[in-house]
Structure formats: C-alpha cells, structure tokens
Design a protein around this ligand. Structure first.
Ligand code: FES
Length: 133
C-alpha cells in the first residue's frame, strides 16, 4: 500500500481552491499524514494543541519528501556544559540533510539564509479538515 493517500477534488474559490481532506480524528497527533491533492503531495499534521498544519511534501533545500522526516524538538546553541531542548513536537527535521523547520512558521530554524516550507491555509469545519491550495 502506498503511503500517499488520494483525496477528493476541491471546490474552486476566489482565495484558492478549498479541499476537504478528511475528518479531524483521521489525522494522528504529532505525525504527518501525506495526501495527494490534485498534483501535489501535502502533509497534514494535527498538533497537540489542536492546530492543524498542511505542508507541501517537498523540502526547499533539495526537494526531499520532508513530511517523512521526524517531528520532534531541537537543541538550540547553548553554553558549554549546558544542553537545552525546546519546541518538542513543533519542529520537522528533513530526512535527507537534517534541516530543521518550525512547523508553525515553515521557516528553517538555524540557517543563515533560511529556507521556508510551503504551507497551506487549513481550517476545521464541522470536524472536517479543509485545505486551501
Ligand atoms: S533536502 Fe531537506 S535538508 Fe536537504
């Protein structure tokens, strides 16, 4: 079985095409579910706080299927002898070269000239997740 699921075609709108991609409970907390939406692969994740994010499954660095990376936290620069860990569950680490992306903003966390994930607007309407592409 493919790990990419196919969703229904969307409805056209002025601000973009709205696509219903499934019931909220179909999206596990803290893990991307990758959908094929028309010609795009989009990863949808439900966060612990109930937010839903949708991300193009293509890393802005070299094109890896970034949504197959690890969702976790990050170790920011810190003083010698001190190790901090933060943003648990809010950072996506690319499976190819380890760039870390903030799931909230899409920005790469530590690069001098940060790249950014392509994100899509999401809404939950009557328990259904809707993405605007
Ligand atoms: S392709 Fe994602 S970090 Fe290089």
């Amino acid at each position: 079985m493919s790990d990419v699921e196919v969703s229904a075609p969307g409805r056209a709108g002025r601000a973009g095409r709205r696509v219903e991609v499934g019931k909220l409970e179909e999206f596990p907390v803290g893990k991307f579910r990758i959908l094929k939406v028309e010609s795009r692969e989009i990863g949808v994740i439900r966060m612990e706080n109930g937010e839903v994010h949708a991300v193009l499954n293509r890393c802005p660095h070299k094109g890896a299927p970034v949504c197959k990376g690890i969702v976790g936290g990050t170790w920011p620069p810190s003083d010698v002898g001190k190790l901090d860990f933060e943003r648990e569950g809010r950072v996506l680490t690319c499976p190819w070269h380890g760039f870390e992306f903030d799931i909230d903003t899409g920005y790469e966390v530590y690069q001098e000239r940060p790249a950014r994930l392509k994100k899509f607007k999401t809404d939950v309407e009557a328990g259904t997740v809707v993405i605007t592409i």
